[in-house]
Design a protein around this ligand. Structure first.
Ligand SMILES: Cc1ncc(C[n+]2csc(CCOP(=O)(O)OP(=O)(O)O)c2C)c(N)n1
Ligand SMILES: [Mg+2]
Length: 677
C-alpha cells in the first residue's frame, strides 16, 4: 500500500468535511439515498464495493434526475439514453438508481438479495438479469470501450431513420481502472476519431485503486490523453452539483465526445475510511456504516427510503414520460415505422432469403476453387446490399479479411451514412465496438482480423458470449495454411480455446458453399457471438449435395459416404476436408471403404440428436484431421480415435511445405486409417 495513504486519507477527510459543511440540499439528500442503499446492500451481503457508489452518488444523481432521458416504465424504449456503469464493481450504484427511479424488477427485496444466488442484483451488473442493465460489466475497460459502439450505433441509426426516431446519448461512469486498461485507449481513440459527440464519460477520478493511491502506478494525464484523441474535457469537483450540472451542459453542447473528470472521495461519508482503498471492496462494517449515515444526516432504518426522498426520485423516473409519448407518436406516424421495428427486432428482410438462395445457386453452378475468406466476400457481396442492418469493418486488414462491400460506404466523422468502419489496428477496441453496436439494437455488426489476433480481442468475445449478443467476428488466415508469415501469425490453439468458451459458435467452413452456409447461420444466430474461421489459401468445392438445405447448420454431415460397408470415418474441418477426401480416394483404390464427414461446427453437431450424430460419426474407427492442436477432438473421436494435426507452433514456409512438414497429409490419413483396421 502506498506510503502516502495516511496523508491522503487526512486530506480526503478534510475535503469531505468541507463538502458536508455546505448547507444540505435536496440533491444531496437524493444522493444520500443512493449511498445508504449501497451501504445496506453491501453490509447485508457481507461483501461488495461500497466506495465507488458513495463517491459517485452526487454525479449519478444529477445525471439521472436532471438530464438523462429514460422512462422507468419502459426500459425497452428504443430512443432512451444508454447508461453504462463501466466500473461494474460499483454495481450497487446502478441497482440503487434502478430501484429509486421505480423500475420494475428492482425492489427493495431485490436489493436485500444483493450478491445472493439467483438475485437480479448480482455481484457485478449482468445484462440478462434486468432489462435496464444495458450491458454486463466488471472486467475493467470493457464498459467504457463498449460505449463507443453504443454511441456509434446511435449515429448510424439516426442517419438511416432520422432524428425524430433516433436521438439519444450514451453516458458512462468509469474508474481509474477503466482508464488504465489498454482497451480504453483503443476504443476512446476510435470514438474521438469518429467524432461521437453524444458520448459522455464521467471519470471517477478518486485517485484510489486497490493497491493504494493511484500515484503508485499512474502518472498519465488522463485529460490530455483524451484531448489527444479528439475529446472535449473538463475537470470538476464531483461532489458539487452545480459543477456537475455545468459540465453536463458543456457535454451537451460539445461537438466531440466528452470526458468529465470528477474529483471524488471514494467512500464519501464514511468518517474514518473515506478516501482509502478500504472502502473499495469490503463492507464498511457495522460501526463505520452507522457512523457514515450519521455523518450524512441519514436517519432512516436500513433498506428504507423516506417518502419525501423517494417521491422526487420516482418523479425523475417519469421525467421523460412526455418525451417518450411524443416519440411514440412520431414513431406511429412515421413511414419508416415497419423498417425501424424490423431493424430493432433484428429480423432479416424477405430479400435476404432470395439473395442467399441466389448465392447458393451461383456457387453450385460455378464450383469455385477459392479461399474461404474469398467465399466470405462473395457472401457479403450477396447479402450486405439487402440487409441494411449489417454494418462491418476490419482492424486494418480489409484487403486480407475481405470484409468490405462497395455499396456500404465508409462511416466517418463527417459522413454518417456509411456502414463500414475502419477500426485501425485496434482489435480489442473493434471487439468492444462490435459488442456495443450489437447491444444497442437495430444493427448486425461484424468485424475482421486475423484469427491469431482473436487473442487481442478475446475479452470482448467472452463478454459477448456471457451477454449472449450477436457480434460476428470474421477471422481469416486460420492455420499454418497462411504459410510464409510464420508461427507468430499461425493459430494453433485458438479453435480449441474458443470451442471451450460457452455460448460461442465457432464455424470453420471447408469450401465456398459451406462459407455461404456459415454466414447464413451467423446472421440467423441471435443469442451469442459467432466466429467465422476462414482460410487464406484456396480449396476446392466439396463434391456434396448442392441443393437448398443448409448442411452446415447441423454442425457436421457426411460429404462423401463409404462405398460399401464403412470401415472408418474421417472427420475434418475447413481446408482439411479436401485432404480427407483425397485420402478416401486413395483408400478406395485399395478397396478400403471410408466415409468423410465435414464438421464446420462442433457446437452445432453437439446439439443434434444421437441418431444423426451416429450417422455422421459412424461406428467404425475414426480419424480426425485439423491443422490445429487436437485438444477437444476426443469428444468426436472417442478414446480410440487418431488425431492428425498440430502438436506445437507452426513455422515459416510456403504452406504446401508446411502441411508436409507437420505431417498433415492424405498419406498420413491413409496410414492412420490402415493402422486402425
Ligand atoms: C480487467 C480487470 N482487472 C482487474 C480487476 C479487479 N479490480 C476490480 S476494481 C479494481 C481497481 C479499483 O480501482 P478503481 O478502478 O479506481 O475503482 P475504485 O476503487 O476507485 O472504485 C481492480 C483491479 C477487474 N475487475 N477487471
Ligand atoms: Mg479509483
Amino acid at each position: 500500500m502506498a506510503s502516502s495513504d495516511t496523508a491522503g486519507n487526512e486530506i480526503a477527510l478534510e475535503r469531505q468535511n468541507a463538502v458536508l459543511a455546505r448547507p444540505m440540499t435536496e440533491m444531496r439528500q437524493l444522493a444520500n439515498a443512493v449511498r445508504a442503499l449501497a451501504i445496506d446492500g453491501v453490509e447485508a451481503a457481507k461483501s461488495g464495493h461500497p466506495g465507488m457508489p458513495m463517491g459517485m452518488a452526487d454525479v449519478a444523481t444529477v445525471l439521472w434526475t436532471k438530464f438523462m432521458k429514460f422512462d422507468a416504465a419502459d426500459p425497452h424504449w428504443p430512443d432512451r439514453d444508454r447508461f453504462i456503469l463501466s466500473a461494474g464493481h460499483g454495481s450497487m450504484l446502478l441497482y440503487a438508481l434502478l430501484h429509486l427511479t421505480g423500475y420494475e424488477g428492482m425492489s427493495i427485496d431485490d436489493l436485500r438479495q444483493f450478491r445472493q444466488l439467483g438475485a437480479r442484483a448480482a455481484g457485478h451488473p449482468e445484462r440478462i438479469e434486468h432489462p435496464a442493465i444495458e450491458m454486463t460489466t466488471g472486467p475493467l475497460g470493457q464498459g467504457i470501450s463498449t460505449a463507443t459502439g453504443f454511441a456509434l450505433a446511435e449515429r448510424m441509426l439516426a442517419a438511416r431513420f432520422g432524428k425524430g426516431m433516433v436521438d439519444h446519448r450514451t453516458w458512462v461512469i468509469a474508474s481509474d481502472g477503466d482508464m488504465m486498461e489498454g482497451v480504453s485507449h483503443e476504443a476512446c481513440a476510435i470514438a474521438g476519431h469518429l467524432g461521437l459527440n453524444k458520448l459522455t464519460v464521467f471519470y471517477d477520478d478518486n485517485e484510489i485503486s486497490i493497491d493504494g493511491g493511484t500515484d503508485i502506478s499512474m502518472t498519465d494525464d488522463v485529460l490530455k490523453r483524451f484531448a489527444g484523441y479528439g475529446w472535449a474535457t473538463r475537470r470538476i469537483d464531483g461532489h458539487d452539483p452545480e459543477q456537475i450540472e455545468s459540465a453536463i451542459r458543456f457535454a451537451l453542447r460539445s461537438r466531440k465526445p466528452t470526458l468529465i473528470a470528477c474529483r471524488t472521495i471514494i467512500g464519501f461519508g464514511a468518517p474514518k475510511k473515506a478516501g482509502t482503498p478500504a472502502t473499495h471492496g469490503s463492507p464498511l462494517g457495522a460501526d463505520e456504516a452507522a457512523a457514515a449515515k450519521a455523518l450524512l444526516g441519514w436517519t432512516a432504518p436500513p433498506f428504507t427510503v423516506p417518502d419525501d426522498i423517494l417521491a422526487p426520485w420516482r418523479g425523475a423516473g417519469a421525467r421523460s414520460a412526455g418525451a417518450h409519448r411524443a416519440w411514440a407518436k412520431r414513431h406511429a406516424a412515421s413511414n419508416q415505422r415497419a423498417a425501424f421495428d424490423a431493424a430493432l427486432a433484428g429480423d432479416l428482410p424477405p430479400d435476404y432469403t432470395t439473395a442467399m438462395a441466389a448465392l447458393r445457386e451461383k456457387i453450385a453452378a460455378e464450383k469455385p476453387n477459392i479461399a474461404t475468406r474469398q467465399a466470405s466476400q462473395m457472401a457479403l457481396d450477396a447479402v450486405v446490399p439487402v440487409v441494411p442492418e449489417m454494418v462491418g469493418g476490419s482492424a486494418d486488414l480489409t484487403p486480407s479479411n475481405n470484409t468490405f462491400v462497395k455499396s456500404m460506404g465508409v462511416f466517418t466523422a463527417k459522413d454518417h451514412s456509411g456502414r463500414y468502419i475502419h477500426f485501425g489496428v485496434r482489435e480489442h477496441g473493434m471487439g468492444t465496438t462490435l459488442n456495443g453496436l450489437a447491444l444497442h439494437g437495430g444493427l448486425i455488426p461484424y468485424g475482421g482480423t486475423f484469427f491469431i489476433f482473436s487473442d487481442y480481442c478475446r475479452p470482448a468475445i467472452r463478454l459477448a458470449a456471457l451477454m449472449r449478443i450477436r457480434s460476428i467476428f470474421v477471422l481469416t488466415h486460420d492455420s499454418i495454411g497462411l504459410g510464409e508469415d510464420g508461427p507468430t501469425h499461425q493459430p494453433v490453439e485458438h479453435l480449441a480455446s474458443f470451442r471451450a468458451m460457452p455460448n460461442v459458435l465457432v464455424l470453420r467452413p471447408g469450401d465456398a458453399m459451406e462459407t455461404a452456409e456459415c454466414w447464413d447461420i451467423a446472421l440467423k444466430h441471435k443469442d451469442g457471438p459467432v466466429l467465422l474461421v476462414l482460410s487464406r489459401q484456396a480449396m476446392p468445392t466439396l463434391p456434396r449435395d448442392h441443393g437448398a438445405e443448409n448442411l452446415s447448420a447441423r454442425g457436421g454431415y457426411v460429404v462423401a459416404p463409404a462405398e460399401g460397408p464403412r470401415r472408418a470415418t474421417i472427420l475434418a474441418t475447413g481446408s482439411e476436408v479436401a485432404l480427407a477426401l483425397k485420402a478416401r480416394e486413395m483408400l478406395a483404390a485399395e478397396g478400403i471403404a471410408v466415409a468423410v464427414a465435414s464438421v464446420p461446427s462442433f457446437e452445432l453437431l453437439d446439439r443434434q440428436d444421437p441418431g444423426y450424430r451416429t450417422e455422421v460419426l459412424g461406428e467404425a474407427p475414426r480419424v480426425g484431421v485439423e491443422a490445429a492442436v487436437g485438444f477437444g477432438w476426443e469428444r468426436l473421436l472417442g478414446a480410440d480415435g487418431t488425431f492428425i494435426g498440430m502438436h506445437g507452433f507452426g513455422a515459416s514456409a510456403p504452406y504446401q511445405k508446411l502441411f508436409q512438414h507437420f505431417g498433415i497429409t492424405a498419406e498420413a490419413i491413409v496410414a492412420a486409417v490402415k493402422a486402425k483396421l
